[in-house]
Ligand binder design. Sequence first.
Ligand code: D41
Length: 337
Amino acid sequence: GLALLLVGPSRLLAQLEDANYRYYVLDDPSIPDSEYDRLLRELEQLEQAHPELASPDSPTHRIGHSVQTSFGKVKHRIAMLSLANAFSDEEVADFLQRIANTVPAEQLEFSCEPKLDGLAISLRYQDGRLVQAATRGDGEAGEDVTVNIRTIRCIPLKLRGHGYPKVLEVRGEVYMPRQAFESYNQRALQRNEKTLANPRNGAAGSLRQLDPKVTASRPLSFYAYAIGETQGMAMPGTHSEILALLRVWGLPVSAEVRTVHGLQAVLDYYRSMQQRRDGLAYDIDGVVYKLNSTAWQDELGFVSRAPRWAIAHKFPAQEQATTVLAIDVQVGRTGAI
Ligand code: D41
């Protein structure tokens, strides 16, 4: 009996973590949602009966109880840089040319990624456990949104496996998938609640909630796109290998990431993402090119808080300012305007 109890929660926990990984990171679900919910309820019951066996990293502990009065401040150990923008092929060509002045031609390899329209955050893992999550803020310091971030189901509370560094900071974007945004607003309308203006505002507003229960009710998601501080392990020498490792450790990375060589190839990536834009599950406002070699990244450094080795190639804006020319008011049969 005792042996079963000891094994019970940790086996269930492993099953739930595995199901989560297959669903959110590999995009290849292993069990139906109903089975996941059944396992979660089983774990809940076991933990209620034997609280001493419950792990703080259990999926039953994603939502904390405390409502905060404000967010603490977090100084980033490594600044979160901003991204320079390119609005045309010529500006991208200039960006590559500047790099080519320093970097040999055969090293002009770029990791290309969609540029998600969300909110940049930094996750800090210590010994594989999520200990802190902070917004980007001004890049030097942000706000402590740990309790809110913990409610996002695709963000692992514990890293997978054993090969991760003692300290690992993961940078990425919190976003609201388009379909989830639509469903959320439909429900809000039915209940006479406030709707969200757009997925980006939805993501930002949801993380700014002082009550984690409110954040938990918002359909948020996350993609990792960089690392910050690491301790206790040498990281690979290319950005694409780093992303691949983050994925192994259980972090969601966009399936659209590609490694390509040279100007023509990055522009081809831009065109193909532009074509596929409407079919993606999330809003993007462009793509990002990052020089793949971290040694050459370090060599290039940064100017005015933006790395010289990365650039955002923006799509033409879809939202435009406009002028209302006239409003025609009609009076209905019942007198309603
Ligand atoms: O998808 C994004 N919004 C995105 C943002 C991305 N895919 N990559 C990014 N990479 C960086 C560097 C190169 C500085 C690590 C970023 C951002 N930065 C970024 N997000 C907000 C400010 C900067």
